[in-house]
Design a protein around this ligand. Structure first.
Ligand code: ADP
Ligand code: MG
Length: 211
């Protein structure tokens, strides 16, 4: 993993968000203020504008540069949360440019922990945490069982999808949707959907690499 791989993952995440813009905008109009996807796309565009700088870096500093740019461009609740994810991963990654499944699981879990600390939400609050936490747990579990890389890249998108779908029937206790009470039930959380899509796209992209 290096800056080029990080940029390839950003590209994959961007492509799926573009493809699902209208859907995510509609979800956020139902239970939020409608800006989530546009906040995220603004951040992604800013990352593209600094492509050469990200690609020139090693893995951890590439993640960190992307994190800082997201913090200054995304805004909303999700900007600081996505910053925490990438910054938390960068801190845990340090010099690890060649990652084992176990390293990658530990790094991702550190990022998700940082998001949880920032947003103070666990699972069950109808947020992106309903995707991120189960994916981090499943990742650790697969690493402990020494699952091969391909099996991990195949399993995590399915865990992400289950987590995203589970938000549909939840009451929201964090973020704007929490003001809606029962009216939030029956709607998938937009941040859970965007996170799930990005995880799926990044896994598919990484599956194209040999290691
Ligand atoms: P805002 O709510 O400020 O408009 P965004 O539209 O950028 O923020 O993002 C909304 C998404 O952020 C929600 O769909 C939810 O997934 C996520 N979110 C909101 N609050 C939290 C939190 N405390 N912890 C984790 N995720 C959260
Ligand atoms: Mg919003």
């Amino acid at each position: 993993m290096n800056g080029k791989t990080v940029m390839a993952c950003i590209e994959a995440a961007h492509a799926t968000l573009k493809e699902h813009t209208d859907e995510i905008a509609a979800l956020d109009q139902q239970i939020g203020d409608g800006d989530h996807i546009f906040n995220l796309l603004r951040g992604m565009d800013a990352l593209f504008a600094m492509r050469a700088a990200i690609e020139a870096e090693a893995f951890a500093p590439a993640l960190d540069q992307a994190a800082s740019k997201l913090l200054s461009t995304v805004g909303g609740s999700s900007g600081p949360l996505f910053f925490s994810l990438l910054h938390g991963m960068a801190k845990a990654a340090q010099n690890a440019d060649t990652l084992s499944v176990a390293d990658a699981a530990r790094i991702f879990a550190a990022g998700v922990d940082a998001v949880a600390q920032r947003g103070k939400a666990g699972t069950g609050s109808k947020t992106m945490m309903d995707v991120l936490i189960p994916v981090a747990s499943r990742f650790m579990e697969l690493a402990e069982r020494s699952a091969p890389r391909e099996a991990v890249l195949d399993a995590l998108p399915r865990t992400a999808e289950e987590g995203m779908l589970a938000t549909r029937d939840m009451l929201a206790t964090k973020g704007r949707a929490s003001f809606l009470g029962e009216r939030a039930r029956g709607h998938i959380d937009p941040g859970a959907r965007s996170s799930q899509l990005m995880i799926g796209a990044v896994c598919a992209r990484l599956a194209q690499y040999r290691e």
